[in-house]
Design a protein. Structure first.
Length: 193
C-alpha cells in the first residue's frame, strides 16, 4: 500500500485499502487505473527484485524479456511507446509516463492537465490490443478510435469526477473486447468504429 499512497488521492487510497482489508481484491483492483497498476508493478519489481513472480504467464514472460533485453522494458522505453506529452511539467512535448497523484482541476489548468492524464488509457488500449492479438502498429489506428469512443461514454457527475474517466475507459474496453465495432481495413478481425 505504501507504493499506491505515493500516487493516489486520500479518498481513493482509503477505498482501496478498505477493500483489501475486507479481502475483496477484485473491488480494490477495480478502483485502480491502468497507470496505477503499471506503476505499482514497476515499483514493486524495483523495490523487491528477488520476489518470485506470482502474476501468471504474462509476468513470467516479462521477467524473461527483462533478462534478455532490459532496455526493451525500461521505464524510459515504455514512456516513449505509451506515454503522453506533459508540457505543463516538463516544458516539452516529449512522451513520458508520470508517477504522480491525479492532478487538480482548478486555476485554469483543468483542460490542459486533464489531457496530460491520458497515459493510463494508452497502457490499457495496448493491453487490450495484445489480448486480441493485434500487432503493435495497429495501436496507431485503435487508440484514436477507442479514445473517441471513451470520450463519448464519459458520464461525469461533477468537475473533479476522475472515476468517471475510469468507468468510461472500462466500458469502452468491454465493448472492444466483445467485438461491438466494425472491422478496420487490412486486419483479420480488427475492431474499428
Amino acid at each position: 500500500m505504501p507504493i499506491l499512497y505515493e500516487r493516489m488521492l486520500p479518498k481513493r487510497y482509503e477505498q482501496v485499502e478498505n477493500a483489501l482489508r475486507q479481502g475483496n481484491s477484485r473491488e480494490a483492483l477495480a478502483l485502480l487505473t491502468p497507470a496505477d497498476t503499471f506503476c505499482l508493478a514497476g515499483e514493486f519489481r524495483k523495490r523487491f527484485p528477488s520476489e518470485d513472480p506470482k502474476g501468471g504467464v504474462a509476468e513470467k514472460d516479462l521477467q524473461q524479456l527483462e533478462q534478455r533485453a532490459p532496455g526493451q522494458v525500461s521505464w524510459e522505453r515504455l514512456s516513449e511507446d505509451f506515454g503522453v506529452p506533459h508540457p505543463a511539467f516538463d516544458g516539452t512535448n516529449a512522451l513520458a509516463l508520470l508517477n504522480v497523484k491525479p492532478l487538480p482541476t482548478y486555476l485554469g489548468y483543468s483542460s490542459r492537465l486533464l489531457a496530460e492524464s491520458w497515459e493510463s488509457n494508452n497502457l490499457y488500449w495496448a493491453r487490450l490490443a495484445d489480448e486480441k492479438g493485434y500487432p503493435p502498429v495497429m495501436l496507431n489506428l485503435l487508440i484514436p478510435q477507442l479514445t473517441y469512443r471513451m470520450v463519448a461514454n464519459i458520464s461525469a457527475t461533477y468537475l473533479d469526477d476522475w472515476p468517471a474517466l475510469l468507468r468510461s475507459l472500462r466500458k469502452t474496453g468491454s465493448e472492444f473486447l466483445q467485438g461491438k465495432f466494425a472491422s478496420l481495413p487490412g486486419t483479420k478481425s480488427t475492431p474499428g468504429f
